[in-house]
Design a protein around this ligand. Structure first.
Ligand SMILES: *Cc1c(COP(=O)(O)O)cnc(C)c1O
Length: 399
């Protein structure tokens, strides 16, 4: 007998973004005027028609177990949405509804990985990817999306990283944390390598609706039959419909993969919340005006934030075209002096900003980019203005 705990689970890092949001909330509760740029969720309330559907579900007694992989009604709605928005043809038996996009990703890696299988993760990455790959006994392999290329990887960089053990590539477009989006041409080149090397793509399209400046979201699975077969498309309602707390996400894949994901889920969590599934059905099939009005508001904030950052000394930012984040390069701040102290990392900047300026930001070491900071614009423009004024003041006194 040994009381040693799981060495695999012990290696998991707690989510630093959730920790920062919690710290900002705690400071606010103490009455401190904190500006929280950490938010990984829309500040909007869930639209009323979605709430109404949930209330109706409760009143009508839709409060029991559903099929473990989700209701047929919701799967069909997801299929119709994937066809209309992403030109992807899926049947309900190819869809698994889960407890949020994060849970869908967990199911995907449990379904496709064997011990020691490698998963290629482009840097910068959403901090959850390496952790869930490791929990599914996989090995994360990182390749860098170069700043000159908008932090995106190229097909040849992908090819160079593929080994005999490579099982999958994670592709997140629009990207959290960079706000970058892959063009159709870039995706075609990547798809060609994926098909030739015969690996999977896990396409995390959580921000598919949040694309700006007339850009269109392109699903890599839509680029041909061969890439379609090898892609597991994953999305959810959290970000587009301001439904983070409801916990509904989904994955669409080859029917054999979907079946395994459904079996895994049937033992781990059973069905996602029945009421939230009704709400999600209403969200997807109902009037989409609120989705687009939230997007328009994000767009205004995006432009405001980007313009302000570009005008600041020392920092640099590529213009985000999707999601709701600015990914800011602080490399020229590292080495500068703040009140006599030499700043050694973006993490230290984040500490100073919260302590001395009451501004919460996300340092990106856990996203693979220790010289960067992520600011979310899922907060109001007056709040963004106040927070950016403070950051500008901080930058202005560096020596
Ligand atoms: C927020 C997010 C998700 C998952 O969100 P859920 O709340 O679990 O639905 C997945 N991928 C990325 C990149 C995200 O930012």
């Amino acid at each position: 007998m040994s009381l040693e705990l799981s060495s695999k689970a012990k290696k998991v890092k707690p989510s630093s973004t959730l920790a920062i949001t919690a710290k900002a909330k705690a400071m606010k509760a103490e009455g401190i005027d904190v500006v929280g740029f950490g938010a990984g969720e829309p500040d909007f309330d869930t639209p009323q028609y979605i709430k109404d559907a949930a209330i109706k579900a409760i009143n009508e007694g839709f409060t029991k177990y559903t099929t473990a992989s989700g209701t047929d009604e919701l799967k069909k709605a997801v299929c119709e949405k994937e066809l209309a928005y992403n030109h992807l043809q899926y049947a309900p038996n190819q869809v698994v509804i889960s407890n949020g996009g994060k849970h869908s990703l967990t199911n995907i890696f449990e379904a496709i990985l064997n011990p020691e299988d490698e998963v290629i993760i482009p840097i910068p990455y959403w901090l959850t990817y390496p952790e869930i790959v490791k929990l599914a006994d996989g090995v994360p392999v990182f390749i860098e999306g170069k700043k000159e290329n908008g932090y995106k990887i190229t097909a040849s960089e992908l090819e160079a990283a593929i080994t005999d053990k490579t099982k999958a590539l994670i592709l997140n477009t629009p990207s959290n944390p960079t706000g970058m989006i892959y063009s159709k041409e870039e995706l075609e080149d990547i798809a060609e390598v994926v098909v030739r090397k015969d690996i999977y793509v896990v396409a995390d399209e959580m921000y598919e609706y949040l694309v700006y400046e007339g850009n269109e979201h392109v699903s890599i699975a839509s680029l041909g039959d061969e890439i379609y077969k090898r892609t597991i498309t994953c999305s959810g309602l959290s970000k587009s419909y301001a439904m983070t707390g409801w916990r509904i996400g989904y994955a669409c894949a080859d029917a054999a993969i979907a079946k395994i994901m459904g079996s895994v889920q049937s033992h781990q969590t059973s069905n996602p919340n029945s009421i939230a599934q009704k709400a999600a059905f209403a969200a997807i099939t109902g009037p989409q005006d609120s989705l687009y009005s939230m997007k328009d508001e994000f767009d205004k904030r995006r432009v405001y934030m980007y313009d302000r950052i570009k005008a600041m000394p020392l920092v640099d930012c590529a213009k985000p075209l999707g999601a709701f984040y600015c990914f800011i390069d602080f490399s020229n701040v590292i080495g500068k002096k703040y009140k006599g102290e030499v700043i050694d990392s973006a993490a230290r900047v984040a500490e100073i900003l919260i302590q001395d300026y009451s501004v919460a930001v996300v340092p990106c070491a856990d996203f693979g980019s220790p010289a960067n900071i992520r600011l979310s614009y899922a907060i109001s423009i007056p709040t963004i203005e106040k927070g950016l004024d403070r950051i500008e003041e901080f930058l202005g006194i560096l020596e």
